[in-house]
Design a protein around this ligand. Structure first.
Ligand code: FES
Length: 139
């Protein structure tokens, strides 16, 4: 399988690994098929993401996409982070092999799930779609 240099770089030296204590939003998502799990922590001030960390138990592409996703949303507004798509993450990584694109979907979902947690905490209605761990198993 051919990985771009960017993917290799983010896999070998992932940015923003760790947790944030008292995070304003935390999101955990999993892929039922491969069993990989991604957790994203957000620190948000005035609707701006001032810090972002992740923990991923998963494949190399999942680690690279979480790392890139955190880089892409740091310093951005909540609104901008909500418009982050998995294809934008893949593009920023200069591509992913087709069989690994689902790993980038996990990164998009983890960001949305952390933002949904933030919305819940501040009492704002969630007006976007969120994947939750729960429906991974309902089949
Ligand atoms: S193989 Fe599971 S996220 Fe990549």
């Amino acid at each position: 399988m051919q990985y771009s240099e960017k993917v290799m770089d983010h896999f070998m030296n992932p940015r923003n690994v760790g947790e944030i204590e008292n995070a304003d939003g935390v999101g955990t998502v999993g892929n039922a098929k491969c069993g990989d799990i991604m957790k994203i922590y957000l620190k948000i001030d005035n609707d701006v993401i001032t810090d972002c960390k992740f923990k991923t138990f998963g494949c190399g592409a999942a680690i690279a996409t979480s790392s890139m996703a955190t880089e892409l949303i740091k310093g951005r507004t909540v609104e901008e982070a909500l418009s982050l798509t998995n294809s934008a993450v893949v593009e920023a990584l200069e591509g992913l092999p087709a069989v690994k694109v689902h790993c980038s979907v996990l990164a998009e979902e983890a960001v949305k799930s952390a933002l949904a947690d933030y919305y819940t905490k501040i009492g704002r209605p969630i007006d976007f779609e969120v994947e939750s761990d729960e429906h991974e198993d309902d089949h």
